[in-house]
Design a protein around this ligand. Structure first.
Ligand SMILES: NCc1[nH]cc(CCC(=O)O)c1CC(=O)O
Length: 322
């Protein structure tokens, strides 16, 4: 942490509406904890300028590398990332000092005429650039006895919803958390149950990252950490890492807490991998005691990955491009 107590802490952020909103909330919380002003420093990442599809450019790290470089160069004191955009390997010189309480992890449908997924007609055109969404949307449609068409799109929330408003597509799928954070949650026409579509590992959660050597800042940021979110997201990311899949792979995962009455006693981890056309899915779940450490959360994720690999998960992850 910049040692001059009268100097603002510098928070590195992407400049999209979503990133600015996430960073603004974290900045406010850090200001309250430390009593110091927090200044937003806008940084452009490769993912913001490239127009290639994320599955083409590989996905992993395209939104975070420039932020991490600014941290390492000492240009900013900390950065806020969407956890689902973070590669599963952590650089030695940086730490995730906080994972604040997660927002809604579900995927949201924004469809024409207020339609839910079940109400979409046979042949509906749905925009998404995500192999994970594509795979599960096709499988979900099939379970309802219909066929849909998925169309590869990219761009910010306005651009994506624009395809529905201008009549080019019947619907688009976005993270509910993203819509909520920019104050557009009411535009969702359906929140897709996680029983029909598992979110990306870490979806809806944020990572607050700083230098591993910045011990004062690490202890201040620790106040923002939610241990349940951290345990859940760690297990989901361990699954993703053990499947050797990146954020552009057709992998969904969600860990949640199971309660017996008022008492939370177990964590359940669900995972899915599928072909892009949704014709074959490997979908499994495992349950264990609520992880009390990083190692226990990692073990839960790896255990499920081993079971999924034994059921042929690796063979389904080959096809990436849309
Ligand atoms: N890959 C882009 C991205 N990264 C994080 C979010 C949404 C917010 C979140 O999941 O925390 C989005 C947009 C989307 O998937 O609709």
């Amino acid at each position: 942490m910049n040692p001059r107590l009268d100097q603002p802490l510098r928070l590195g952020t992407r400049r999209s509406k979503l990133a600015m909103s996430q960073s603004g909330h974290v900045a406010e919380a850090v200001r309250a904890i430390t009593g110091r002003p927090v200044e937003l420093v806008e940084i452009t990442t490769y993912g913001d300028v490239s127009r290639e599809s994320l599955s083409q450019i590989g996905g992993t790290g395209v939104f975070v590398t420039a932020l991490r470089e600014a941290l390492v160069r000492g240009e900013v004191d900390f950065a806020v990332h969407s956890l689902k955009d973070l590669p599963t390997t952590q650089p030695d010189d940086l730490v995730i000092a906080a994972m604040p309480q997660r927002e809604d992890p579900r995927d949201a449908l924004v469809a024409r005429d207020g339609l839910t997924f079940e109400q979409l007609p046979d042949g509906a055109r749905i925009g998404t650039g995500s192999p994970r969404r594509r795979s599960q949307l096709h499988a979900y449609a099939k379970s309802l006895g219909k066929v849909i068409e998925t169309v590869a799109i990219r761009g910010n929330v306005d651009t994506r919803i624009g395809f529905v408003r201008n009549g080019e597509l019947d619907a688009v799928v976005l993270a509910a958390a993203g819509l909520n954070r920019i104050g557009r949650g009411d535009e969702a026409t359906d929140l897709i149950s996680v029983d029909n579509m598992l979110p990306a590992p870490g979806q809806g959660a944020l990572a607050v990252e700083c230098l591993a050597s910045d011990t004062d800042l690490i202890s201040a940021l620790a106040e923002l950490d939610d241990p349940y979110t951290r345990a859940a997201v760690t297990a989901e990311r361990a699954l993703l890492g053990a499947l050797e899949a990146g954020c552009s792979a057709p992998v969904g995962a969600l860990a949640d807490l199971l309660a017996d009455g008022q008492i939370v006693n177990e964590m359940r981890l669900r995972g899915v991998v599928g072909t892009l056309d949704g014709s074959t899915l490997v979908q499994l779940s495992t349950t264990g005691p609520v992880p009390q450490s990083y190692d226990e959360a990692m073990a839960l994720g790896r255990e499920l990955a081993d079971e999924m690999l034994a059921k042929g998960a690796a063979g389904l992850m080959g096809e990436r491009s849309l």
